[in-house]
Design a protein. Structure first.
Length: 196
């Protein structure tokens, strides 16, 4: 009895699996003319499909953020192709508030520990965005005479102080012509720190 039901069900499923022709019409019909045929769901008694709002649309979107060579300037709108050493895949949800074209990243190196000790370790990656609010608790990419320096900063008078890392005692400073010149000195601000 069960075998007969299975045979009948298989026959119905085979009939429902008619391939479409190159025109999109089922074989035996003319293009643009459709015949009223029961759907596959009606043939095999498949359960109803959940509403689209409850179904995931596939894997999350990933962004390819350029990782720049140490000291390379990200530029005002886009980094030079020669300055890009790698691309970092970042889940879009982690940086949802920021425009993808404004993001860039650096690898944390031993040289950066002078300003980042206690905040990051060598091998970590810091994702930054062009612009942003400067604050002592935020890592910034600072345009210094020797290239880009990653550090927390404090604006004092006409100087931008690069705060020392944990256990370091010396401050460095970059001269700034005023608060309005600060965006030209700050290449970017910290968005995301990815630990090694």
């Amino acid at each position: 009895m069960a075998r007969q039901r299975l045979t009948r069900l298989n026959a119905r499923v085979r009939r429902a699996r008619t391939p479409l022709s190159l025109t999109g019409a089922q074989p035996g019909t003319r293009a643009g003319i459709t015949q009223a045929t029961p759907s596959r769901r009606e043939h095999v008694g498949a359960p109803a499909v959940p509403a689209p709002s409850t179904v995931e649309d596939g894997p999350p979107e990933f962004l390819r953020v350029p990782v720049l060579v140490d000291g390379a300037d990200p530029g005002k709108t886009a980094p030079s192709p020669l300055a890009i050493r790698d691309r970092l895949l970042v889940d879009r949800r982690l940086v949802a508030d920021h425009a993808p074209e404004r993001l860039f990243a650096y690898d944390v190196t031993l040289a950066a520990m002078k300003h980042l000790r206690g905040l990051a370790s060598p091998g970590d990656r810091i994702v930054l965005r062009r612009g942003g609010r400067v604050a002592p608790d935020r890592i910034c990419a600072v345009r210094a005479p020797d290239g880009i320096v990653l550090a927390r900063v404090l604006f004092k008078g006409r100087s931008l102080l690069l705060l020392p890392g944990e256990g370091e005692g010396d401050f460095e400073s970059v001269e700034v012509d005023g608060l309005k010149a600060l965006p030209g000195i700050i290449a970017g601000t910290h968005v995301l720190l990815i630990r090694r």
